[in-house]
Design a protein around this ligand. Structure first.
Ligand code: SAM
Ligand code: SF4
Length: 540
């Protein structure tokens, strides 16, 4: 197991215990072992550490949420908190939530109900992220033991909110201190309310809100990020969304599109390279809608520049919106070998009429044009997508068009979802809803079709040598778990003499394939020279 100790000289990092699962996850519990990047100072003696305020954080949802949580953890640690592994050990219990579909939203209310009784021990509860922004102060009515409700667009105010929370046993206060020059924005208010006439104790009714919705043009930039994986890390380059697809809650929960400067992104990438990271994933709800506020670099230029940062061997980016997907992105992948052989390009539907109803801003033909650009790249690039089935008014023949699109494109993976009506979105008022049973049926048909296609697709890799980054080991199967540049899981055997560990790169001969993974045998370690870049051996 790779780990890194505190570096006395640079004062840079702390301890790594375990690798987190890749990508976004439901209910990811952040382990209290992480690398706190950019932190200077001296580690506290253990006894002192024990006396610090403690917090527990559970994260639901996408990679953006996972990375937001890394920054929230960094902020809390910087504020003197210590992260613990269980709700029972914590003074402050936080849930970073997702509201993209109804099921995701319900999870947090179940958690809050499960632990309500712990309030009598003086524990405080906070709801962060998309459900916080969507439900706002209504959360206090539904779960009165919650003290803090904070949407992602207000995370930059967390330090002040934490101070408010700690001082909350005093008289009623209003308004958090603002940074110099910051303009007051609609609902960008954190306040503490003392409501002693309700029959509940004062401390039970602390209300602190950070609900800075679409007003802010600021990103959550922090020097303190508690990254959970020592080899690969996320960098958010653009926050929010201005696209307003008819079904989607994100523009309401994550605010308007706002990008970081490319200089700031590159500085963070270089710091990660210096700390030993080899893989960077650039994040954004629509990562390729990136617009450098300083006007220095386009998205493709930034991508290429990150790919050239010393020490960085792999760069991924997600999610790309088809409307903003230009040929220059493919040109950058062609020109810079460290840019991975993978593009995630959500289509949602294969029917132009439905795409229009969804307000997706492109037609089937325009989407296929972009697929054509990706397929014309010098290297074979794996393509994955998102699909929604059962959007209001989707006819059987329109659903069929999605199935034919799967064949036409030849996706390496599809994330498919039943349409879930979301509050405040235009689609929620459409009356031609598809019954849930029909949605479930279409989802099943689509998944079965894609499975068949993936079986055929993955067979193409048999006999090829692919480079993987090692992510872990399955002891029961005596296999190492690797990830290819195409973002495929490749489980492989290696001789016990081979000195392998998570984070190292090895070349693996593919000997078998399944619908969702490949298997193989380690053939060349990273110390041995490869005459060909492995990705160039993939059939287009
Ligand atoms: N910005 C990306 C894009 O436009 O392609 C997608 C980001 S969204 C957070 C992730 C995926 O969730 C979408 O691609 C869509 O398939 C799915 N999704 C969003 N809203 C949904 C809804 N109301 N019901 C079902 N799936 C939904
Ligand atoms: Fe949601 Fe559409 Fe924005 Fe993607 S582009 S986050 S699907 S509104």
């Amino acid at each position: 197991m790779a780990g890194r100790d505190f570096d006395e000289e640079s004062g840079l990092s702390v301890v790594v215990e375990n690798l987190a699962k890749p990508g976004g996850n439901s209910g990811a519990r952040f382990r209290p072992g992480f690398i706190l990047t950019h932190m200077s100072g001296v580690r506290e003696p253990a006894a002192q550490e024990q006396r610090r305020k403690t917090f527990y954080l559970e994260t639901f949802g996408c990679q953006m949420n996972v990375h937001d949580s890394e920054k929230v953890v960094g902020t809390l640690v910087q504020q003197g908190y210590r992260q613990v592994e269980t709700v029972e050990q914590a003074d402050l219990i936080l849930y970073n939530t997702c509201s993209i579909r109804d099921k995701a939203e319900q999870k947090v209310f179940h958690r809050l109900a499960d632990y309500k009784k712990l309030q009598s021990q003086g524990k405080k509860f906070g709801v962060l992220g998309c459900v916080a922004q969507q439900e706002g102060e209504k959360i206090f009515e539904r779960a009165p033991h919650v003290s803090l409700v904070c949407g992602s667009a207000s995370y930059r105010n967390l330090p002040q909110m934490l101070v408010q929370l700690e001082n909350a046993s005093g008289p009623a206060e209003r308004a958090i201190p603002r940074a110099a020059g910051e303009v007051a924005a609609l609902r960008d208010d954190a306040f503490v309310e003392k409501a002693s006439d309700s029959g509940l104790r004062t401390r039970d009714l602390i209300r602190i809100t950070g609900l800075d919705d679409r007003q802010t043009d600021k990103c959550f930039e922090t020097e303190f990020t508690a990254r959970t994986n020592p080899h690969r890390g996320y960098i958010t380059i653009i926050e929010g969304c201005d696209k307003f697809c008819a079904y989607c809650i994100v523009p309401f929960t994550r605010g308007k599109e706002r990008s970081r400067t490319s200089d700031s992104v590159l500085l963070e990438a270089r710091q990660m390279g210096d700390l030993g990271y080899t893989e960077i994933q650039l994040l954004g709800q629509n990562v390729n809608s990136y617009k450098d506020p300083a006007g220095k670099r386009s998205f493709a230029e930034l991508l290429a520049a990150v790919g050239e940062v010393p020490g960085i061997r792999r760069v991924r980016f997600t999610t790309s919106h088809p409307r903003d997907f230009g040929r220059d992105i493919v040109d950058a992948i062609d020109a810079v070998p460290s840019l991975c052989d993978h593009v995630h390009l959500p289509v949602q539907s294969g029917s132009t009429r439905l795409l229009d109803a969804m307000q997706r801003l492109y037609t089937r033909e325009q989407y296929l044009e972009r697929i054509g650009w990706i397929k014309s790249a010098k290297r074979g690039i794996a393509i994955t997508t998102d699909v929604i089935v059962g959007f209001p008014g989707e006819t059987e023949s329109e659903f069929e068009q999605t199935l034919t699109l799967l064949e036409q494109v030849g996706y390496d993976g599809v994330f498919s979802f039943k349409y879930s009506p979301r509050p405040n979105t235009p689609a929620v008022t459409l009356d031609d809803a598809i019954p849930d049973q029909e949605k479930a049926y279409r989802l099943e048909v689509l998944m079965a079709k894609q499975r068949e296609l993936q079986i055929i697709r993955n067979k193409r890799y048999l006999g090829m040598i692919l480079e993987v980054m090692i992510e872990g080991r399955n002891e029961a199967r005596q296999q190492w778990i690797g990830r290819t540049s195409q973002n495929k899981t490749l489980n492989f055997l290696a001789s016990p003499q081979a000195k392998l560990e998570p984070g190292s790169y090895v070349s693996v001969l593919v000997t078998g394939s399944f619908p969702n993974s490949l298997v193989g045998e380690c053939c060349i370690s990273e110390q041995m020279e490869l005459s060909v870049h492995p990705s160039s051996m993939i059939a287009p």
